[in-house]
Write a protein that binds this ligand. Structure first.
Ligand SMILES: [Zn+2]
Length: 286
């Protein structure tokens, strides 16, 4: 007989979440959607495309904002090379469809964002938003697959469908903004939902289903860096005026890259000392 269940890295205890805890993420998600609905349309700030970085390098305009995207591609390649060989492993199978989407989105972000920052404007912004939305969707599906209790049959089967559905939602959320923006009333709410949900649901899932400590540390670091990145984005001009050599938005790209690196680092740690039982899932044959 083969029994599949989950072990906690630290306690070694089988994971049992109380029923009321299991429904908390759904209730919070519905609450956020309701809050967005009540709030009404959320538009892009009027001067969003007016970035502080005016540096030029080898004929590249806004060189700081353009070139600071390279790290996204490097982190994505690192993640792909380090994780893909383990995609069928018990430690990654359930999360891989999501993490794969995350890494693809991250890789495309490097190019989409660089293309946008060469000549910032709402027309090109789509190509910045789309891969970011895909990466956010992938992250949600990946961590969800990792943290939800697995079934006895093919634990990865559901997350493939979830990755496709949430990937389609990500594309639709950007399409919604494009369509509404063309009519002079751009609405970012569906897109922002994908930015907000990972920040709330990931720590919640990790707590409810007692994710391994390394995962929690990696995501806590990623979230702290992401908050700093958002802060740097808002302070684009003041940071450029104060520091001179770097703008807030360039710094945002670098901090966001560090956040994604923390996530990939956390995932690769599962395979650091191969053979040790540091994984989420253990399969026991009797
Ligand atoms: Zn940017």
């Amino acid at each position: 007989m083969q029994t599949t269940f989950r072990l906690d890295e630290l306690t070694g205890s089988e994971r049992h979440a109380k029923p009321w805890m299991k429904v908390t993420p759904a209730i919070i998600t519905i609450g956020i959607i309701a809050a967005f609905a009540v709030h009404g349309r959320i538009a892009q700030p009027a001067h969003y495309n007016d970035f502080a970085d005016q540096s030029a390098l080898f004929g590249i305009p806004h060189a700081g904002d353009v070139l600071s995207n390279a790290g996204f591609a490097l982190v994505a390649i690192w993640g792909w090379l380090a994780l893909r060989p383990h995609r069928s492993s018990d430690r990654l199978r359930a999360g891989w469809p999501g993490y794969r989407l995350f890494l693809i989105g991250l890789f495309l972000t490097a190019f989409g964002s660089a293309y946008f920052h060469l000549a910032p404007g709402n027309g090109r912004l789509t190509w910045d938003m789309l891969p970011i939305a895909l990466a956010g969707a992938g992250l949600l599906v990946g961590v969800r697959g990792d943290t939800q209790p697995v079934s006895k049959t093919n634990p990865g089967s559901k997350t493939n469908i979830e990755a496709i559905l949430l990937g389609l939602y990500a594309a639709a959320s950007v399409a919604w903004w494009v369509l509404t923006d063309r009519h002079g009333a751009g609405d970012l709410r569906p897109y922002l939902l994908l930015q907000v949900l990972p920040l709330i649901l990931i720590p919640l899932w990790q707590s409810i289903y007692r994710a391994p400590r390394t995962d929690r540390i990696a995501f806590a670091a990623a979230m702290a860096l992401y908050v700093l990145a958002k802060l740097a984005e808002v302070l684009d001009h003041p940071i450029a005026d104060t520091l001179g050599f770097v703008s807030g938005h360039t710094l945002k790209h670098l901090l966001a890259t560090a956040a994604t690196a923390a996530i990939v680092w956390g995932l690769t740690r599962r395979f650091a000392g191969d053979g040790r039982p540091t994984a989420y899932t253990c399969t026991i044959s009797e």
